[in-house]
Ligand binder design. Structure first.
Ligand code: NAD
Length: 287
């Protein structure tokens, strides 16, 4: 690393708190190394009362760009010059691009999800999707899927704090895209079965399957699945959630959240460097 850093090296980074668990520095530094790009990517643990100063500091130091993670995805926008339409639709920013002092905020999580599907040869354009969740991950996915040309999206959520966001998401999709979106209560099992039956893909975009909810799944049982249904999960730790395990047993093609994580990074990398992230090299570095 010391050999790679010179007087010409420019800075990329990530701001969040907590931050030390992040895989982004390994990903982006491996990509720069593989392509011979003269950037270094560092993680900055920023406290809420330092956010504005951090943005001003990055601008003054001409940092080329940075990722934004929790808890700043919804609050950083007020310190930027421009926000892209997709970030406005999602109400969240995960990437800032610094063009000679002009700061633009965007979000690449949804593109990451859609490109991860493409990478596995999965095409859902013109088809119907059923997704559970209305938090940050789910919102980014449904907005991008709707903009990319998914025909219908059926969103299921429990009646918790995310329910209102789910209502807003449906309203935005129906008024701002050609996609038809509907919201249902996750406890309405009859409708859940009907919507999944009509869908090409079923996606879990909730925490169910990880942490305290590891070993659980958002479906009551596997009778909701069929062999030609694609089943995806935004979770990648564990690598295989209970949902993906059960879907595999039924014979479904499955995809976990690692691809989404890699491809959201690749999309940010492209915005900063104009280069395609060498995904295979980055995967090797993460192993
Ligand atoms: P969030 O807190 O914003 O939203 C959580 C969602 O889960 C809400 O819709 C909530 O209603 C739902 N939920 C919570 N408990 C539930 C339960 N018991 N039953 C049914 N639904 C429940 O969280 P988020 O940021 O959207 O993250 C959700 C998941 O996505 C996390 O597991 C996170 O690790 C993962 N994630 C993955 C990536 C990736 O790149 N692969 C990116 C972001 C988030």
């Amino acid at each position: 690393m010391e050999k790679r850093i010179t007087g010409h090296t420019e800075l990329l980074g990530l701001i969040a708190t907590p931050i030390r668990h992040s895989k982004s520095p390994v990903m982006h530094n491996a990509a720069c190394r593989a392509l011979g790009l003269d950037y270094a990517y560092l993680a900055f643990d920023i406290q809420p009362d330092q956010l504005e100063d951090a943005v001003k500091g990055f601008k003054a130091l001409n940092v080329r760009g940075w990722n934004v993670s929790m808890p700043y995805k919804t609050s950083i926008g007020q310190y930027l010059d421009h926000i892209t339409p997709i970030a406005k639709m999602c109400g969240a920013i995960n990437t800032v691009i610094n063009d000679n002092g002009v700061l633009t905020g965007t979000i690449t999580d949804g593109t990451g999800y859609m490109n991860a599907l493409k990478d596995q040869g999965i095409d859902i354009i013109g088809k119907k999707m059923t997704i559970v969740g209305a938090g940050g991950a789910a919102t980014a996915i449904v907005m991008q899927a709707a903009l990319d040309g998914v025909k219908e999206i059926s969103i299921f959520n429990i009646k918790d704090a995310s329910w209102n966001r789910a209502l807003e998401n449906v309203e935005k999709i129906n008024s701002q895209t050609k996609c038809k979106a509907q919201l249902f209560d996750l406890n309405d099992h009859e409708t859940l079965r009907k919507e999944i039956n009509e869908s090409a893909i079923f996606t879990n975009a909730t925490n169910v399957g990880m942490g305290k909810l590891e070993g659980q799944m958002v479906l009551p049982d596997t009778s909701y699945l069929r062999k030609d249904l694609i089943v995806s999960d935004v979770i990648y730790m564990p690598e295989k959630t209970k949902l993906l395990e059960e879907a595999e047993k039924v014979g479904c093609q499955t995809i976990n959240g690692l691809g989404m994580m890699l491809y959201q990074g690749a999309a940010s990398f492209k915005l900063w460097t104009d280069q395609d992230m060498p995904i295979d090299k980055v995967k090797e570095a993460l192993d």
